[in-house]
Design a protein around this ligand. Structure first.
Ligand SMILES: NCCC[C@H](NC(=O)CCC(=O)O)C(=O)O
Ligand SMILES: NC(=O)OP(=O)(O)O
Length: 314
């Protein structure tokens, strides 16, 4: 793989899933593959899981890792072509990406959307500028519209915990106090549509995902109906795509409760984390035996390791 920005960069999805599950059993099998190779991780936004799991994955492959919180530790970056740089941005991405490319063999980038300019966010300007100017392969650590390492993790977690061959997987919107990106649900939908699962999305009116991501998934505004017979409940808040970046519903009735989990086929509860307790999901669900959020976060290592392995072999 020459880059990892979306599921479209994966030539054989079942093969990559098996690779990640194999690496979970054999974490040090490729400990010399990344010898003398350096991974740079650039964060424009906060992270706990992505930062630590990707670093651990790279170290399991023998890579050296450099991590930078770009917004606080480096120069303000300009992304507009032809900009007259007389404001507070000291460096253009043309130089910055190319320079980091001199030090690193692979560069990971996390950059959230503005949530103010839909067209610009969905053009993925930031990560695409890194692809254009870095001169080395780029790994998405969550971009404006996608979080492929998370979605890949979610798929391997479903694969290792499913009890039926073709599980019913439900992506459900849940309330939140902040306007959050659509990256996680977009990406989850894109990966589930590419996998062999029965995929359903449920959200309040006005929260439809961009059609390029929801694809042919079944969509319902009736959360209880969606939960019936589900094998996996994947909860996530997102801000509206239609009324771009806005919170247009905060109805607590959409919170995930034990009572609603009772409608399912003893579904496993999933969330990418961080999650706000008793707002998105009640304590009783997160603390139940059916919650697999910690296992899911643990699997971030194996997803990242499988992807980095393929990128090193490219
Ligand atoms: N990387 C996983 C999710 C990151 C981000 N969540 C957040 O910003 C939560 C922030 C808060 O709860 O204050 C999101 O939804 O895309
Ligand atoms: N799920 C996830 O990406 O977590 P972080 O934002 O903490 O990296």
């Amino acid at each position: 793989m020459k880059q990892f920005l979306s599921v479209h960069d994966v030539p054989d999805l079942p093969g990559l899933v098996q690779e990640a599950l194999w690496l979970k059993q054999n974490p040090y099998a490729d400990e010399n593959l990344g010898r003398h190779k350096t991974l740079g991780l650039l964060f424009f936004n906060a992270s706990l899981r992505t930062r630590l799991s990707t670093q651990k994955a790279a170290e399991n492959l023998g890579m050296k890792v450099m991590v930078m919180n770009v917004t606080t530790d480096s120069w303000g970056l300009e992304f507009e072509d032809g900009a007259i740089m007389n404001g507070n941005k000291a460096e253009h991405v043309k130089e910055a990406a190319a320079v980091v490319g001199q030090y690193c063999d692979i560069i990971g980038v996390r950059s959230f959307p503005s949530l103010t300019d839909r067209e610009k966010d969905y053009q993925e300007q930031v990560i695409k500028q890194f692809v254009k100017y870095a001169g080395v392969p780029i790994l998405s650590l969550e971009s404006a519209t996608r979080h492929p390492l998370q979605s890949f993790t979610d798929l391997i977690t479903i694969e290792e915990t499913k009890t039926v061959a073709r599980p019913k997987v439900v992506l459900t919107w849940a309330p939140h106090v902040k306007a959050l990106p659509q990256a996680v649900p977009n990406s989850f939908a894109e990966w589930m549509n590419a996998a062999d699962v029965d995929f359903v999305i449920t959200h309040p009116e006005g929260y439809a995902l961009a059609p390029e991501f929801s694809g042919n998934a079944r969509v319902t505004h009736n959360q209880r109906e969606a939960f019936e017979g589900a094998d996996f409940i994947y909860a996530k808040n997102w801000s509206s795509y239609e009324t771009y970046g806005q919170i247009i519903n905060s109805d607590p009735a959409w919170m995930i409760t034990q009572e609603k989990m009772g409608l399912t086929n003893q579904a496993k509860f999933m969330h990418c984390l961080p999650v706000r307790r008793n707002l998105v999901v009640e304590d009783a669900v997160l603390d139940s035996a059916n919650s697999i959020v910690i296992q899911e976060a643990g699997n971030r290592v194996w997803a990242a390791q499988a992807v980095l392995k393929r990128m090193l072999q490219a």
